[in-house]
Write a protein that binds this ligand. Sequence first.
Ligand code: F0G
Length: 456
Amino acid sequence: MKTIIEPFKIKSVEPIYFTSRAQRQQILETAGYNPFLIKAEGVIIDLLTDSGTSAMSAKQWAGIMDGDESYAGSRSFFRFEHTVKKLTGFDFIIPTHQGRAAEKILFSLLGGAGKYFVSNTFFDTTRANIEFTGAEAVDFLTLEGKTPALVAPFKGNIDIDALAYFIAEKGAENIPLCMLTVTNNSGGGQPVSMQNIRETSELCRRYGIPFFIDACRFAENAFFIKTREKGYENASIVSIVQELFSYADGCTMSAKKDALVNIGGFLALNDTHLAQQAKNMLIVTEGFPTYGGLAGRDLEAIAQGLEEVLDEEYLKYRIRSIEYLGEKIHHAGVPIMMPTGGHAVYLDAKAFLPHIPPHQFPGVALCNEIYLEGGVRGVEIGSLMFGKYDASGRHVAPPLELVRLAIPRRVYTQSHIDYVAEVIIETYRKKQHIKGYKIAYEAPLLRHFTALLVPL
Ligand code: F0G
């Protein structure tokens, strides 16, 4: 059969509230033309993020009921610990309330002024947690990854030569950790190859630099390895995942992605001394080491989700559903980042709206127009999120103006996705009438979350 179907049946549903274009116009105006400020009930299809938005399975909900809420030594913790250990092979498993809490602990312990952390691309919260300690976060994304229209299998790879050069230049003693983000969220959800992971690990080992994985989307990355990397065609997803982690000394994880839950995360590592320090900090900031920032039921749901996410039928459907949306709109001429990644389709707003200059926020304009057209919410990743001002107050644009349509896991059906494609293609047809925006209010930091805008 040609059609890849959703590998689940729906046992519980929640309503979608429909709105008219006139109502959405009103909602958007009230939200200061910032999609982050729209109430979720005003959204028909919500593609703001794939984080914490998964639908849990019947077995996960059963785990919620079965969770052991003991403060210390909870049975649910041991199930969670066992599952994470089996997958990652790491010795110490430390639960946190989400990914950034694990990052906060790790980088507070290793960071500080004069230090450099290196990566293919650090996610925003990771970078922020590094910079907060006074250290620098430096990305070495492969050149392929920086070219949106180029089709290549592993555009999330780190540039090993550039990394080696940097280590030699700055000195390994000033680099407390190297981290690979799999898949590379900020670079379009593009995967990292096993070869690249292995070579990065070898380079780090040679210099004695600890090597960690930002594992949020490890299963999606493993599926890309299976389908794109020579030698892994017949390997099981579990064995690919285990090999991937075997090259690393630890990982941070936001369970809100590939553990198929609505909240949770962990830090996992092999270094006994560092693990002890991390647990001490955990007790101050998150909670006792057998629950971290979570309830016992959350640990139960994570353990179950980590098993379900390895199902090849699930991953095939997951990756194909993203590709399907990308294909549909790409065939209609809509410019997108190629190839589609593991969790999202990224619209190239610069190419979509060439008549809107970066300082008039083409990504925001596109995001808002898609919302007006069909109630679909995406997120701008461009000048509003990453733009800066120079000394004379002029806007400095980032290299790309994108709109991310992140697909929640197991939430929307193929007809929802067909609808999203129609909305985008219709928006593309009307593109020349779309106008830019200016800022009416902005916060000094992370302005995209709260900015108020006005249409030009
Ligand atoms: N690392 C990556 C690669 C991420 O994508 C995220 C979150 C985090 C770390 C932080 O995890 O949210 O649990 O604290 N990404 C979300 C997104 C917010 O929309 O892409 P967290």
